[in-house]
Ligand binder design. Structure first.
Ligand code: BEZ
Length: 179
C-alpha cells in the first residue's frame, strides 16, 4: 500500500511590495500558508540548498522559468521554488534573476523543509540546516510524483542535480507511465 504524502501546514513569512508605503523599501510582511500556495492547484515545487548558489542560479531556476509555458500545457498551474532562506534573500534573488513565472517561497525557519523530511546539515559549507535538492508534482496539497536527488545526507560533499531538473519532470509529465 502506498501512503499519500500531504504537504505540511506551515505559515511562510513573505515580504510583499506595497506602493502605499513611502520610501525606498516599500515592502511589508505578508503571511502565506500552505493552503494559499497549494489548495486547489496542481503545481511543481522544487527545493534547493540556497538562493544565489551556482547550480541553482545558472541552471535549475532559469530552466524552470524558461520552460514555464510547457509546464502549463501539461496541466501545471504554478511552479514554486522553495529554499531555507528568508524573504529578503528570496526577493533579492528573484529580482536578480528577473523572474516572471516561477514563484519563490521563503522557508527561512526551515519548518516546511523539516516537516517534508528534507532538512540536511550543510555545515561543511557554513550554511547550517538547508534543503536537500528535490522536486515534486503536488496536486491539491498531495504529492503526485516525487523527484529526489540521490545520496540524501548531512554535509554531503557533492551536490547531485538531474532528477529534479525541469527537463526530467517534463519528461514524466509528458509520459507518466514510462518514466
Ligand atoms: C550550487 O547550487 O551550485 C551549490 C549549492 C549548494 C552549495 C554550493 C553550491
Amino acid at each position: 500500500m502506498t501512503m499519500e504524502k500531504q504537504v505540511p501546514n506551515v505559515t511562510f513569512r513573505t515580504r510583499a511590495r506595497d506602493e502605499s508605503i513611502p520610501g525606498p523599501n516599500p515592502y511589508r510582511w505578508e503571511d502565506k500558508t500552505t493552503d494559499d500556495y497549494f489548495r486547489g492547484k496542481r503545481v511543481v515545487l522544487f527545493s534547493l540548498p540556497g538562493a544565489f548558489t551556482p547550480t541553482c542560479s545558472t541552471f535549475q531556476l532559469p530552466d524552470f522559468e524558461n520552460h514555464y509555458a510547457e509546464f502549463q500545457k501539461k496541466g501545471i498551474d504554478e511552479i514554486y521554488c522553495i529554499s531555507v532562506n528568508d524573504a529578503f534573500v528570496m526577493n533579492a534573488w528573484g529580482k536578480a534573476q528577473g523572474l516572471k513565472n516561477v514563484k519563490l517561497i521563503p522557508d527561512g525557519s526551515g519548518e516546511f523543509t523539516r516537516k517534508m523530511g528534507m532538512l540536511v546539515a550543510k555545515d561543511n559549507l557554513g550554511f547550517g540546516l538547508r534543503s536537500w535538492r528535490y522536486a515534486a508534482v503536488i496536486n491539491n496539497g498531495v504529492v503526485e510524483k516525487w523527484f529526489e536527488e540521490e545520496g540524501f545526507a548531512d554535509n554531503c560533499e557533492t551536490d547531485p542535480y538531474g532528477v529534479s531538473s525541469p527537463q526530467n519532470i517534463l519528461k514524466w509529465l509528458k509520459a507518466p507511465a514510462v518514466a
